[in-house]
Design a protein around this ligand. Structure first.
Ligand code: S3P
Length: 431
């Protein structure tokens, strides 16, 4: 699918974006550890999270799909599926399920699309094998398909070198299936939905920040967890595309009902540093703080981003679009992880910006962008939803043609409709 974007006028609009992807995945996966009915409202119905739900079904969960909620009931024991578990494009699905299934008796094969099959899995497979799991994969145990012979796991003390919520979540789930207390440390706090949700479901997990490191103590499950009763907040990473749209067109966007978890809204703080006016309206605090974010565009200036990278990793492509029109040279550093996301996002951002006439340079761990005059171009999504949506937003200034835009459906199927609100007639499928 080719997406044609036309220039937008100034706007003043409310956006209720799709539900949070990270929290939706966890609802499907964590339900399998519970007893009773998990009631989930506003579950994200996008390709990635529907794959997580399908896998829960293949493992024996009963899923009742109602208009305003889904109800998930776990099986007495997770069952061995009779086919490969398909994770599509989703790193979160494959990595978190690995942690869950490593300690469950049975044989499980996880696979994904051609993009996921290129992404590193050793970061989860190696620590799981160290604690007694039997997991193998292509390319010397690094690339999907991944085969798991589930069995007994040993409790552990593991210090991760990377701040990754996917690795952390996999290890926490594995720890729940061992026979003693486990400890997990990450060098910087990554998104903490797993800790919050599992604690909310009754798991014995304690967390603390010590000398900048995030330390988690996990006790094995004695009983099944309490079921979830949750309304998934809207996704601040998805909403950020409209924050940038407002910032670069001098408009106003009111972004409704987002999780305001600090690990998820750092990109808004960076946009504020660039000159946008941002207001946070806290409305509720249950599993997560929840509220609205209001963004008003003003002249933007360049910034350097080299800290809090794990809190920005999904939003850096969109933030780069603001950098492309800001006054001065912006730099992103210490962000090598961008190379192993749904695409190599360093190359994808830089190559595509150059096509739009913007002066941009790649570093091994980031890039440099000199703000300038954006021209209409035909850009490649590299099969990456966040690259496609970022350049769609940049297109609001210049017009833009985006190849392979169907990947947007992996996380944000409503993106097209919401974008139409501000482009009017300006969005068309050229295929
Ligand atoms: C996610 C964690 C992040 C993020 C991804 C979703 C999650 O990945 O990029 O989109 O839901 O746990 P890493 O934990 O690998 O950094």
């Amino acid at each position: 699918m080719i997406l044609e974007i036309a220039k937008a006028k100034k706007f003043n609009e409310e956006f209720s974006v799709d539900a949070d992807k990270s929290i939706s995945h966890r609802c499907a996966i964590f339900s399998l550890l519970s007893e009773g009915e998990n009631i989930i409202k506003n579950y994200l119905r996008a390709e990635d999270t529907l794959n997580s739900l399908e896998i829960a079904k293949s493992l024996g969960a009963k899923v009742e799909d109602e208009i305003d909620r889904i109800i998930i009931t776990a099986p007495e024991r997770i069952k061995e599926p009779d086919d490969v578990l398909y994770c599509g494009n989703s790193g979160t699905t494959i990595r978190i399920y690995m942690g869950l299934l490593a300690g469950v008796e049975g044989f499980f094969v996880l696979n994904g699309d051609k993009y996921l099959r290129k992404r590193p899995m050793k970061r989860v497979i190696a620590p799981l094998n160290e604690i007694g799991a039997t997991i193998d994969a292509r390319n010397n145990g690094n690339l999907a398909p991944v085969a798991i012979r589930g069995g007994e796991l040993k409790h552990f003390s593991y210090k991760s070198r990377i701040a990754s919520a996917q690795v952390k979540s996999a290890m926490i789930l594995a720890a729940l299936n061992t026979n003693g207390k486990s400890f997990y440390t990450e060098p910087f706090l990554s998104r903490d939905h797993t800790e919050r949700m599992l604690k909310g479901m009754g798991a014995d997990i304690k967390c603390k920040m010590e000398n900048g490191e995030w330390k988690i103590e996990i006790n094995p499950l004695k009983n099944k967890l309490n079921p979830l009763n949750i309304e998934v907040p809207n996704d601040p990473s998805s909403a950020f595309f409209f924050a940038v749209a407002a910032a670069i067109t001098g408009s106003k966007a009111i972004l409704k009902n987002l999780t305001l978890n600090p690990t998820r809204i750092e990109s808004y703080k960076q946009l504020e540093k660039m000159g946008a006016k941002i207001t946070y309206v806290l409305k509720e605090d249950k599993y997560e703080p929840l509220g609205d974010i209001i963004v008003e565009g003003q002249d933007l200036k360049a910034i350097e981003v080299s800290e809090n990278i794990p809190w920005l990793i999904d939003e850096l492509p969109a933030l780069s679009m603001a950098m492309a029109v800001a006054n001065g040279i912006s730099r992103v550093k210490n962000a090598k992880e961008l190379r192993v996301k749904e695409s190599d996002r360093i190359t994808a951002v830089v190559e595509n910006l150059k096509k739009c006439g913007i002066d941009a340079k790649e570093y091994e761990d980031g890039y440099e962008i000199k703000g300038g005059c954006v021209k209409r171009a035909e850009i490649d999504s590299f099969g990456d939803h966040r690259i496609a949506m970022s350049f769609a937003v940049l297109g609001l200034i210049s017009g833009m043609k985006i190849k392979d835009a169907e990947c947007i459906n992996t996380s944000f199927p409503n993106f097209f409709k919401l974008l139409e609100k501000i482009t009017g007639f300006g969005i068309a499928d050229a295929d």
